[in-house]
Design a protein around this ligand. Structure first.
Ligand SMILES: [Zn+2]
Length: 342
C-alpha cells in the first residue's frame, strides 16, 4: 500500500481520444492513476480549475467531465481538471468507496502535515493549484444519501455566488476546519464546493454536466452576473457518532446496536423538518452518544435534537444536510449536518 507514491499524479494533455473509452467506467480504467487533465482554451485569460472524485463514491463530476470531453467540449480558457481518488473509485465495485481501502478521507488531508499517501496527494494537488493561480476552482461532489444540489462556500460574495449559479442557487456557508481543499485555497482564489445532488438521484449527473459545461465555456473573465436570488443557509453544525459506537439504518431499534437511524433519513435532506420528527432509536436517555462541531453563534445540539423514551427526535424545526444512509460513511465521517430553521 505504502509503495504507491504521489508521483502517480500524472499530467495528461489533450487530446485524450483513446483514454476516454466508450464509458466513464472505461475512462476510469484507462487512467494511469490520479491525474491532471489539461485542456487548452479557445482564448486568452487566467486558467480555471476543477477537482472531482476527491471521494471515490461520488461520480457525477467525473461522469460530467467524461461526457463533455466525449462531446468535444472546448473551454474558454485553459482548463485544468484534477481526477483525484482514482484508486478508490476503481476499487470494485466502481464508484463505491469514499477512500482507498485502509486509506484516509482525501478531503480531510489538505492541511499540514502532508504525510502518507493521501497527505502527499493533497499536498501535490495544492502545489499545482498554487502555481496555477486559477481564476476560480470548482470542487464537484455528491451527497452519499439522496437530496437536492447545493453549494458550500467558506466565503460568500459576488464571485462565489456567480460560481454557484452555474450549478445551483442554494448556498451553504460552511465554517469548518476539517482539512478540506476549499479551506486550503479560498484565501488565494475563489473556491466553491458543489454537492451535485445525491449519488442515487438521476438529476445529479445532469446538474454536474450543465454546471461544468457552463463554468468551462463562460467567456473570460468570469464576471458577477445577475444570478437571481441565492438562498443562503448559514453555518451548519456537524453531528458525529462518538468513536466506538455502532450504527445501523432501519425502522426500529435493534438489539445490541447503539444507534439506529431511520432508513429514509436522507429524505429529510435540505428541506425543513418539523419539531418532534422521529429520526432514530437509541438505548439511552441523553445525547451524550453524539459529538457536534458547533460554529460560533449556532445553538447547542441540545436545542436541535432530543431523546424521548429511546426515540431520537428533532427538538425544533431544522434542516438536515448531507445525511447519509451508509453506515460506513456515517461512522467514519459524520451522520449529518444540522441548521436551525425558523
Ligand atoms: Zn464528497
Amino acid at each position: 500500500m505504502g509503495r504507491c507514491r504521489v508521483s502517480a499524479l500524472t499530467t495528461i494533455e489533450a487530446p485524450f481520444d483513446r483514454l476516454l473509452g466508450e464509458s466513464p467506467e472505461e475512462f476510469l480504467e484507462n487512467l494511469p492513476g490520479s491525474a491532471w487533465l489539461v485542456i487548452p482554451g479557445s482564448g486568452p485569460g487566467r486558467p480555471r480549475a476543477l477537482t472531482t472524485l476527491l471521494h471515490g463514491n461520488e461520480p457525477s463530476g467525473f461522469r460530467a467531465v467524461h461526457r463533455w470531453l466525449k462531446n468535444g467540449g472546448r473551454p474558454a480558457v485553459d482548463l485544468h481538471v484534477c481526477l483525484a481518488s482514482v484508486e478508490a473509485a476503481r476499487t470494485a465495485p466502481f464508484f463505491t468507496w469514499r477512500a482507498r481501502r485502509g486509506g484516509r478521507d482525501l478531503n480531510r488531508c489538505f492541511k499540514e502535515p502532508f504525510e502518507g499517501y493521501e497527505g502527499e496527494l493533497a499536498g501535490s494537488i495544492l502545489e499545482r493549484l498554487n502555481d496555477l493561480k486559477p481564476e476560480a476552482l470548482i470542487d464537484l461532489h455528491n451527497t452519499s444519501g439522496s437530496g437536492p444540489a447545493f453549494s458550500l462556500a467558506s466565503r460568500v460574495d459576488a464571485a462565489h455566488e456567480r460560481l454557484s449559479s452555474f450549478f445551483t442557487l442554494r448556498m451553504v456557508r460552511l465554517r469548518t476546519e476539517l482539512g478540506t481543499i476549499m479551506e486550503a485555497t479560498v484565501a488565494s482564489f475563489p473556491t466553491l464546493t458543489v454537492e451535485c445532488g445525491g449519488v442515487p438521484d438521476a438529476e445529479s449527473e445532469e446538474t454536474a454536466f450543465r454546471g461544468f459545461k457552463a463554468f468551462a465555456e463562460a467567456p473570460a473573465p468570469l464576471r458577477p452576473e445577475d444570478t437571481g436570488p441565492v438562498e443562503l443557509l448559514e453555518s451548519p453544525i456537524q453531528v458525529k457518532l462518538k468513536p466506538g459506537l455502532s450504527l445501523i439504518y432501519g425502522d426500529r431499534s435493534a438489539e445490541g446496536i447503539d444507534l439506529t437511524l431511520r432508513e429514509d433519513i436522507d429524505r429529510l435532506n435540505y428541506g425543513v423538518t418539523a419539531a418532534g420528527t422521529e429520526i432514530g432509536w437509541i438505548d439511552r436517555e441523553s445525547l451524550d452518544f453524539l459529538d457536534a462541531l458547533i460554529p460560533e453563534g449556532s445553538p447547542p445540539l441540545s436545542g436541535m435534537l432530543r431523546v424521548r423514551d429511546g426515540t431520537l427526535e428533532t427538538a425544533r424545526p431544522l434542516r438536515f444536510l448531507l445525511a447519509t444512509t451508509r453506515a460506513d460513511i456515517g461512522v467514519s465521517d459524520c451522520l449529518f449536518y444540522l441548521i436551525a430553521s425558523l
